[in-house]
Write a protein that binds this ligand. Structure first.
Ligand code: G3H
Ligand code: 13P
Ligand code: ZN
Length: 312
């Protein structure tokens, strides 16, 4: 098995009323934790690399680690560029062998977003690679870009048909109330995604795969554990899992999760050092951290995405 695109994954997910998990990867233990969970549960996977992750690990290591995961698990895995911000970055990842790229020009005016997305689609499709684009702006932090709450905006359903037909993109990320990071909603408020916007978008784009970014749920037991062992994460609140499950049963075929893996890893490592202050072999604290990531991913695959058993 070699890397796959999302074409077949999304077609099956759309028809089957489930979504594929797109998990961000930065190192070997994260890749192992995610892929071990997916292998046990026979789940198709998208592993995504941000510009920051590529800068952190360099252009080769994450690719090779993902290739190793395919050898070990035999799973259908798509390697995706998360939040590509330029044609040059998308092209570099396509040339390196990624099977999917996101061009995120959502902060640009509509016409500029279309032009840049079109340029990436032309190059990607020439190379058998699929393209995710974005319309609407999420609040939160992606790479170095911080979008303040007041500057976030829901996707306008009346724009999606023109955007998709003019760009030729293969999937579309929309803004319906999710946001990046661990502080998505104000403490005391009741998180509610805009299912009316999702429904209107999918009516206008029948059969077309929709993507949700910023979809960590920020489990309170993990936040409590981080804080119990010396952390300080006041008011961290995520997207309720039942709402993500509902989105997955609709037109949403890809759900992006990063912060929950960061939380799981950090909680585990903080706990480890609190309980074993004498340890200094990285394997001693990275092994339980990897297992903590595996647990979170297994939970998501079954209870949020519904994609367990769908790999083959
Ligand atoms: O949406 C952003 C992802 O969580 C990746 O974060 O850019 O810090 O790697 P990063
Ligand atoms: P979270 O910060 O909610 O995990 O979102 C991750 C994401 O959207 C990556 O593109
Ligand atoms: Zn994102």
């Amino acid at each position: 098995m070699s890397l796959v695109t999302t074409k077949e994954m999304f077609a099956k997910a759309y028809d089957g009323g489930y979504a594929i998990g797109a998990f961000n990867v930065n190192n070997m233990e994260i890749i192992q934790g995610i892929t071990e969970a997916a292998a046990e549960l026979k789940a198709p996977l998208i592993l995504q690399v941000s510009k920051g992750a590529r800068a952190y690990a360099n252009r080769t290591y994450l690719m090779k680690l993902v290739e190793a995961a395919i050898i070990e698990t035999g799973l259908p895995i798509c390697l995706h560029l998360d939040h590509g911000d330029s044609f040059e970055l998308c092209k570099a990842c396509i040339d390196d062998g990624f099977t999917s790229v996101m061009i995120d020009a959502s902060s640009k005016p509509f016409e500029e977003n279309i032009e840049l997305t079109k340029q990436v689609v032309a190059y990607a499709h020439d190379h058998g690679v699929v393209v995710e684009a974005e319309l609407g702006t999420l609040a939160g932090i992606e790479d170095e870009v911080v979008v303040a709450e007041g500057h976030a905006s829901y996707t306008r359903p009346e724009e999606v048909e023109e955007f998709v037909s003019r760009t030729g993109c293969d999937s579309l990320a929309i803004a319906i109330g999710t946001s990046h990071g661990a502080y998505k909603f104000k403490p005391g408020t009741k998180p509610q995604l805009r299912f009316d916007v999702l429904e209107e978008v999918s009516k206008r784009l029948p059969g077309f795969p929709i993507v949700l970014h910023g979809s960590s749920s920020v489990p309170q037991d993990l936040v409590a554990k981080v804080n119990q062992y010396g952390g300080n994460m006041p008011g961290a609140i995520g997207v309720p899992e039942d709402q993500l499950r509902q989105a997955a049963s609709m037109a949403v075929c890809k759900i992006n999760i990063d912060s929950d893996l960061r939380l799981a890893m950090t909680a585990s490592i903080r706990e480890h050092f609190a309980l074993h202050p004498d340890h200094f072999d990285p394997r001693q604290y990275l092994k339980p951290a990897r297992a903590a990531i595996k647990d979170v991913v297994a939970h998501k695959l079954v209870n949020v995405l519904g994609c367990d058993g769908k790999a083959f």
